[in-house]
Design a protein around this ligand. Structure first.
Ligand SMILES: Cc1cc2nc3c(=O)[nH]c(=O)nc-3n(C[C@H](O)[C@H](O)[C@H](O)COP(=O)(O)O)c2cc1C
Length: 215
């Protein structure tokens, strides 16, 4: 951990969804470290269906802002990671995933099983089910990146306020891509957002079954 970095616990406690950024560029090595945290997230069958488009140029940020209900922080952020899921990723990547798995110690038996069960499972999805599955996987990678950026001392802004079709057009995304969320990264400009607080654990956490308090 670098001297200026926060512990994960502190990053979680201090994180706010930044309302505004000062626009200073982010060093490429920092950006890569953040993206690396994203691609190391877990995913169902290790299919890794996430795809990230990193937007940093002023022109492209301006266009992305217009596709995101004119949210100023899209243009102000040092970088915006557009986190997408590829509904067809598994078709192309299954063999690559198995190859890497076999190199890392996956058994031939597991690989054979996955070769038939993964296509069976994922091709049975309706379009809405696929979007739900992609949302789950991509948000995990998204959260890895968000927290890594916060640990490194950056401020972040998760965003769902965008128009799917417009983002597709701006980024020239393939039809199989589903845009899940935008992650603005940079340094806070001005005062931070208020702390909205969180519900008590007893409100949201149960033990053993619904309605029973956790002991
Ligand atoms: C997936 C996701 C999407 C969000 N989208 C937006 C957005 O489009 N615009 C915005 O101003 N805030 C957005 N937020 C920020 C939330 O409003 C904010 O996280 C929430 O109010 C809690 O505040 P805090 O993150 O500062 O604790 C989003 C948050 C999440 C997790």
């Amino acid at each position: 951990m670098k001297k200026s970095e926060k512990t994960l616990e502190r990053a979680i406690a201090e994180r706010r969804a930044s309302p505004s950024f000062d626009g200073t560029p982010i060093p490429p090595e920092d950006l890569r470290r953040i993206l690396n945290a994203g691609i190391h997230a877990p995913s169902g069958y290790n299919i890794q269906p996430w795809r990230f488009v990193v937007v940093q140029s002023p022109e492209q940020k301006k266009r992305l802002r217009a596709a995101s209900y004119n949210q100023a922080k899209v243009e102000e952020a040092s970088a915006v990671i557009v986190a997408c899921g590829d509904a067809d990723g598994w078709r192309k990547d299954l063999e690559l995933m198995l190859q890497q798995g076999l190199e890392g110690g996956m058994t031939e038996g597991y690989a054979d099983q996955a070769r038939s069960s993964v296509p069976k499972y994922l091709s049975s999805f309706s379009s809405d089910e696929m979007k739900g599955w992609l949302n789950k996987m991509v948000m995990l990678a998204f959260t890895h990146m968000l927290l890594m950026a916060e640990v490194m001392g950056y401020d972040t802004a998760p965003m769902e306020g965008f128009e799917q079709d417009k983002v597709h057009e701006v980024l020239r995304l393939p039809l199989s891509y589903w845009v899940v969320a935008l992650l603005g990264i940079g340094h806070l400009k001005g005062t931070d957002k208020f702390d909205g607080g969180r519900f008590e654990m007893a409100h949201t956490v149960f033990g053993e079954e619904f309605g029973k308090p956790l002991k």
